[in-house]
Ligand binder design. Sequence first.
Ligand code: HEC
Ligand code: HEC
Length: 221
Amino acid sequence: MKLPVERLRLPACLSALLALMPALPSLGQPAPAAPAADASLRAPQKVAQVCAACHGNTGQSVQKAYPSLAGQNEDYLFKQMRQFQASASGVALRQDATMAAVVEGLGETEMRELAHYFSRQAPARGQADQPHLVEAGKAIYWKGNPSSRLPACVSCHRPNGEGIAPDFPRIGGQQPEYVARQLHAWKSGTRGGPGKLMSLLVPLMTDEEIAAVAQYVAQLH
Ligand code: HEC
Ligand code: HEC
């Protein structure tokens, strides 16, 4: 006995549509200027077309090798995109072939819109994939290593890994493999310029410390 009910609904729906008609611009009139909402649509479209394959539609990484971008500070995200681009000297502050290709086609406005979009998403909640290293990682995160004069991560990245905007990034919940790779990049000199904070302190870390602290960072939130 469903049919009559549906028959009754149709006219109601049509009359609602008709009620809206007078509000629509009549044909022949010039289209209104593009609304400001356009700018806010551009970033989600670009994300779906390009970034989502690796960073997810809402900035939650889809694979261990790719960082989550969700909830990261906006200025920081913008700065990182710039750093994948070669500087005047021809060397990028962050050397990564994938991201170099991605940012090549992006203008400054587009990068700012993408940074804004990802910064507004809920931060990722990651987890350790080698839980037995979490305790050792916790000690490094909170105390550093006095014997090598490694400072504690917590002083700049905060107790929950949320960072201090705009310079000290959020690292809590990040993919452990990505965190470890970044630390190794500072150690080997493929990320960051001389005299930069992380470039100064990561060379003090052993490979074991890097592996452990990456596991602790991943499950922070
Ligand atoms: C094919 C995979 C891939 C695609 C597509 C991609 N990225 Fe990335 N992205 C990466 C990888 C890998 C890294 C880490 C690079 C490294 O190790 O330094 C990264 C890093 C980043 C970072 C630095 C994050 C941080 O925490 O420092 C930003 C910002 C970023 N990507 C933005 C974007 C944006 C915006 C798009 C879309 C326009 C995009 N990416 C598309 C793979 C990708
Ligand atoms: C004195 C402040 C300071 C301390 C201590 C510090 N960091 Fe950082 N960290 C920074 C800054 C600044 C950056 C951003 C570097 C840049 O702009 O590329 C950063 C970036 C990072 C990133 C890259 C985030 C991303 O996605 O791009 C990771 C991972 C990281 N730190 C981990 C650690 C760990 C682990 C420790 C402890 C062993 C630590 N940091 C200690 C200041 C600090």
